[in-house]
Write a protein that binds this ligand. Structure first.
Ligand code: AMP
Length: 459
C-alpha cells in the first residue's frame, strides 16, 4: 500500500516523501479514503499511530481539490479542536508540513499567550484553523473569527478534551458551526461519555479501529536503578555521560525540582532546559524547539507540561522521580518509542519511592528489572522519608514500615491548589476533603475517570 494509491495529490505526496514516510500506517490506510469519501468518522487511535496525518492529509486534499471562490476574507473551512496547546501546536505543524505545496492558509490559536497576533492572522483569513476550545470561544466572542462556513470539524483526542472538562466549550463551539458538515472524531478510548458525544455529533459514522499498538510498557525497555535520594543527580549525570545520551527527557515531580535539576545538569556540563506550568508559553516553545533540534541535550519536565509533547524517535526517558500517580508513569515512558522506533526508559528510585514503584508494577502487571549501577549502590541504613509534593500534600509519612498501606492518597493526583474534590481526595491524612467516606476506593479504581479541569484548563 502506498500513499499514492490512497488518492492523494502530487503536492501532498511530495510533502510526505520529504518527511521520509514510505508507507501509510494502518490508521492512515483506513482513515484517508474514508475522509475523502465524505462521511463522518469515529476513529479509535492513540498518539503514535500516525493519526494526525490520518486526518490532516485527506483534509488538505479535500480543501485543495475544491477551492472556494471568495471575495473578501477567506472563511475557516476546516476546524481542528485539540485539548492542549502543545497538541494544537503539533497538529498545526503537521498541517503546515503536509500542506506546504498547497495554496491553503492555516493558523493555530490557543490560550496562555497574547490573543492579538492570533487575531491578526485570523483577520487575513485562513482555510484551516487549529484551536483549543477556550481561546477559540474568546476569539469568536471578539468577532475575530466566524465559523459558519466550516465544512469539516475534527475533534482530536476527544477523550482528553472530556477529561479536561471541555464538554461545555465543545458544545458551544458546535452551536456555531453549520449543520451540514463532515465530522471526524478521534479518541484513544471509548468511554460512555465519548459514546454519548459521538451519538450526538456524528451521522452514521464509519468506524475505524486499528489494532492497539503494543502498550508502552510492552514496547519500551525499562529499567529501575535503585539509588540513594541524594545521589540521583550524580547518577543521572553519570548515565548521560557514560551512555553519551544526546537527547533525554527527564521527569521530576515538581516545578521547583525541574528548575533545580536543570541548573545542576548545566553545572555538570549537560545543556538542559526546564518545561513546566510556571514557564511562559514562549519559554516552553523555545525549550522544546531547542531540544528537538539538538541545541540542548536534556529537557526536564513535569507531567502536565509534558503532555502531548511529540518528539520523533526520542531515545531516552528518565524518571528522575517516580510519579505518585501510576498512570503517569505509563504516559511518561510513552514519550519514547514512538512510531516504529524503540525507546529506553530508566527510573532512578530511592527508598522513599518503594510504594510508588509497587503501584506502577501493579498497574503495568509486571516487575521492572532492577539494576544497581556500580559505585551507586544504595546505603541500606538509609530510612524512607515522606515525599513532600507541595504546600498541601505529603506522601508516605507513615509508610516507613514497608507495607505502604497507610496512605491511600499516595496514588492520587494532588489537586495542585485546586478546590478539594471529595471523590479524588486521598484518605484525608494530609490532603483536604478527608471526611468523604467514599475516598477509600480500592487501588484499582485510580484510573483517571474524573474530570481534571481544575488541574489543567488550557486554551
Ligand atoms: P501521531 O500518532 O499523529 O502523533 O504520529 C506519530 C508519529 O509518527 C509522528 O511523529 C509522525 O511524524 C510519524 N508518522 C506519521 N505517519 C507516518 C508514516 N506513514 N510513516 C512513518 N512515520 C509516520
Amino acid at each position: 500500500m502506498s500513499f499514492a494509491s490512497l488518492g492523494l495529490n502530487a503536492d501532498i505526496l511530495r510533502a510526505i516523501a520529504e518527511e521520509g514516510y514510505s508507507t501509510p500506517t494502518p490508521i492512515q490506510t483506513q482513515a484517508i479514503p474514508a475522509v475523502l469519501k465524505g462521511g463522518d468518522i469515529l476513529a479509535g487511535a492513540q498518539t503514535g499511530t500516525g493519526k494526525t496525518a490520518g486526518f490532516t492529509l485527506p483534509l488538505l486534499q479535500k480543501l485543495s481539490a475544491n477551492p472556494k471562490v471568495v471575495t473578501g476574507r477567506r472563511p475557516v473551512r476546516a476546524l481542528i479542536l485539540t485539548p492542549t496547546r502543545e497538541l494544537a501546536a503539533q497538529v498545526f505543524e503537521s498541517v503546515r508540513t503536509y500542506g506546504k505545496y498547497l495554496p491553503l492558509r492555516s493558523t493555530v490559536v490557543f490560550g496562555g499567550v497574547s490573543a492579538n497576533p492570533q487575531m491578526m492572522k485570523l483577520r487575513g483569513g485562513v482555510d484551516i484553523l487549529v484551536a483549543t476550545p477556550g481561546r477559540l470561544l474568546d476569539l469568536v466572542q471578539q468577532n475575530a473569527v466566524v465559523l459558519k462556513e466550516v465544512e469539516v470539524l475534527v475533534l482530536d483526542e476527544a477523550d482528553r478534551m472530556l477529561d479536561m472538562g471541555f464538554i461545555h466549550d465543545i458544545k458551544r463551539v458546535l452551536a456555531l458551526l453549520p449543520k451540514q458538515r463532515q465530522n471526524l472524531l478521534f479518541s484513544a478510548t471509548f468511554s460512555n461519555e465519548i459514546k454519548d458525544l459521538a451519538d450526538k455529533l456524528l451521522n452514521k459514522p464509519t468506524l475505524i479501529e486499528v489494532a492497539r499498538r503494543n502498550t508502552a510498557s510492552e514496547r519500551i525497555e525499562q529499567t529501575v536503578h535503585p539509588v540513594d535520594r541524594n545521589r540521583k543527580r550524580e547518577l543521572l549525570t553519570h548515565l548521560i555521560k557514560q551512555g553519551d545520551w544526546q537527547q533525554v527527557l527527564i521527569f521530576t515531580r515538581t516545578k521547583h525540582g525541574a528548575n533545580k535539576l536543570t541548573e545542576q545538569l548545566s553545572t555538570d556540563g549537560i545543556s538542559a532546559a526546564a518545561i513546566h506550568g510556571n514557564k511562559s508559553q514562549g519559554a516552553r516553545t523555545k525549550a522544546l524547539d531547542d531540544f528537538k533540534k539538538g541545541a540542548i541535550r536534556a529537557l526536564v519536565a513535569t507531567d502536565i507540561a509534558a503532555r502531548g509533547i511529540d518528539i520523533d524517535q526520542l531515545p531516552h526517558v528518565v524518571n528522575y522521580e517516580l510519579p505518585n500517580v501510576p498512570e503517569d508513569y505509563v504516559h511518561r515512558i510513552g514519550r519514547t518509542g514512538r512510531a516504529e522506533s524503540e525507546g529506553v526508559a530508566v527510573s532512578l528510585v530511592c527508598v522513599d519511592e518503594d510504594k510508588f514503584l509497587r503501584d506502577i508494577e501493579k498497574l503495568i502487571k509486571r516487575d521492572i528489572p532492577k539494576e544497581v549501577i556500580e559505585g551507586f549502590e544504595p546505603d541500606p541504613s538509609i530510612k524512607p522519608e515522606p515525599i513532600v509534593l507541595g504546600r498541601s500534600m505529603t506522601i508516605g509519612r507513615n509508610n516507613g514500615g514497608g507495607n505502604g498501606g497507610s496512605n491511600n492518597g499516595g496514588s492520587r493526583r494532588p489537586t495542585l491548589g485546586a478546590k478539594p474534590k471529595p471523590k479524588t481526595a486521598g484518605n484525608g491524612g494530609k490532603s483536604s476533603g478527608g471526611n468523604n467516606p467514599s475516598a477509600k476506593k480500592p487501588q484499582g479504581a485510580t484510573r483517571r475517570s474524573k474530570p481534571k479541569k481544575p488541574v489543567v484548563k488550557i486554551g
